[in-house]
Write a protein that binds this ligand. Sequence first.
Ligand code: NAI
Ligand SMILES: CCCCCC(=O)/C=C/[C@H]1[C@H](O)CC(=O)[C@@H]1CCCCCCC(=O)O
Length: 229
Amino acid sequence: MQLVIIADIDAAKGTSTTSELATEYADNVTFIECDVTNQESVEDTLGKAKDTYGRLDIISNNAGAMMENDPIGTINLNLCGVIRVAAVAMSYMRADKGGSGGIIINTASLTGVKPSYNCPAYCASKSGVIGFTRSFAMNPDFDLHKVRMNCLCPGMVDTPMIQGVLDEDGKEGRVLNFDRFRYAANLPQLKPSAVADVFIDLVENESKNGAAMLITVEGPPRDIEFPIY
Ligand SMILES: NC(=O)C1=CN([C@@H]2O[C@H](COP(=O)(O)OP(=O)(O)OC[C@H]3O[C@@H](n4cnc5c(N)ncnc54)[C@H](O)[C@@H]3O)[C@@H](O)[C@H]2O)C=CC1
Ligand SMILES: CCCCCC(=O)/C=C/[C@H]1[C@H](O)CC(=O)[C@@H]1CCCCCCC(=O)O
């Protein structure tokens, strides 16, 4: 049986999403309020998850936001949040420390490899997620801990994040040039299910440890090729 914990800083949205899923999956889905920028909150959340279900197998390290009006906060959420969650998750998942191994999938972005002058802090945070993922996955200790790591690099996806920036009509400065963002947001977007499909494939395909998966409307998902030095 698959048991899922949804963890998010937004308790209202997290609770309503969990209730929706409960109609199909009953008690197999639980919500825990969590702030990934706060070490204690992350420890508390993953500790509860381990206590409730006995082990952690799959982590979707997905929290993130676009807020160029707070570049340091952007790095703290999008990059440090990913690293913070991964570190605590590892303490439970490591096969050499009582865990069962598993997989951590970080959400990066196409902007981690394709620069945009409109959101430099966001791009930097997502480049960092890609570098963290690839570096973690090449560690020879994998044979001991048995935790794989991948990242997802989607182009624009039709989610509340994009709509949230558009709704602010440029007032909050979440991007540097609102009109340019509005233009980009009117181009074809991915559906969230396209990203979820790649997530599932990574969970099922053990040969892709370390891959950064590019997901765009232009073609099928692919493993990004990086220069070798
Ligand atoms: N929508 C898009 O075009 C793309 C989004 N992404 C990335 O996908 C991920 C998911 O984003 P979306 O679903 O698009 O946006 P979203 O805004 O719907 O989801 C982001 C979630 O992160 C949560 N969150 C924010 N701060 C948090 C914190 N401190 N602790 C815990 N949770 C927090 C929010 O409450 C929200 O539920 C993000 O990392 C985003 O950067 C990547 C590529 C494209
Ligand atoms: C990177 C998302 C693909 C969208 C189109 C694109 O290639 C870049 C567009 C940028 C344009 O230069 C000016 C902008 O405002 C666009 C940035 C859009 C950022 C998308 C944020 C979501 C994400 O991809 O993580």
